[in-house]
Design a binder for this molecule. Sequence first.
Ligand code: NAP
Length: 303
Amino acid sequence: MSIIYDRVALIGLGLIAGSMAWAMKRNGVAGTISGFAQSQASRDVTRDLGFCDIVCDSALDAVKDADLIVLAVPVGAIGAVMKDIAKGLKPGATVIDVGSVKRDVFNAVMPHLPSDVHFVGTHPMAGTEHSGPKSGFAELFDNRWCLIVPDKADPQVVARVEEYWHALGSMTDQMDIDHHDRVCAVVSHIPHLIAYTMVGVADDLRKVTDSEVIKYSAAGFRDFTRIAASDPTMWRDVFMTNKDATLEILGRFTEELFALQRAIRKGDGDHLFDYFTRTRAVRRGIIEAGQDTDAPNFGRSKT
Ligand code: NAP
């Protein structure tokens, strides 16, 4: 594979940035990779692991001469990082983010973006419950979708960003900012909230059930606990910044839950059977689309 960007700077050195770096190295996508994380500990671990060619002690040093700058920090930190690096960006460079929310990210980035620098929103639909520099792995993006949110970006710049994601192993689709936030509320944000809630309920009941929840935890509950182990900072920021879409979808979810609750109380087995038949078909569709997280090649479960 050929080099897509000569110099790539990663700001944030966690699961997503680490996986990008390993995938870039595996596929020869970048000439040089520089990186920066806020803590000395993460920078030291990254130096030891060796997925960046240069680990810098400031974000400004990391972005120097970079052709592509990746903002791979929690969504709530993106605006401050963009403000910090703005004066060090090379004219003509491209900045992308990988945040799970887009309206808030555009609002935070655009006021600081120099007029001769491009910005494209991107969001890999791949992840795990792990975080930090040790959690990254080269296969994370293989055969996974990456949503591209160009907004008003130059189409040639966007095409190159898509080429970059393809080189990391992903498939890409373009989306409008608000549509992205709604879709992600349905497929990712609310499912996480439900998992956090279910595990919280089980924890509250732990005294009543005398730790049987843990001892006999069946696959369904174990899946919830895996999702509910996801990084608290990242997920706090997702709900703080995607308020409208998550509240809207949560409203719909609550309505459906009440309908199921009523069916159970009234003994309406037909309603439950029809509902579960419909949802089973959704699962089959996901498997047929090759997006089953447990399928071979993916190695680890995704969120
Ligand atoms: P992560 O593993 O927790 O890594 C976050 C990194 O950001 C850490 O290196 C952290 O540094 C650094 N950081 C935090 N605040 C910073 C700041 N103000 N300045 C510089 N560095 C800062 O998180 P991640 O899972 O890679 O997530 C990164 C982004 O990807 C988030 O926006 C998230 O929404 C998005 N995303 C995540 C997933 C997922 O499943 N995890 C999937 C798709 C997209 P320290 O280690 O020094 O604190």
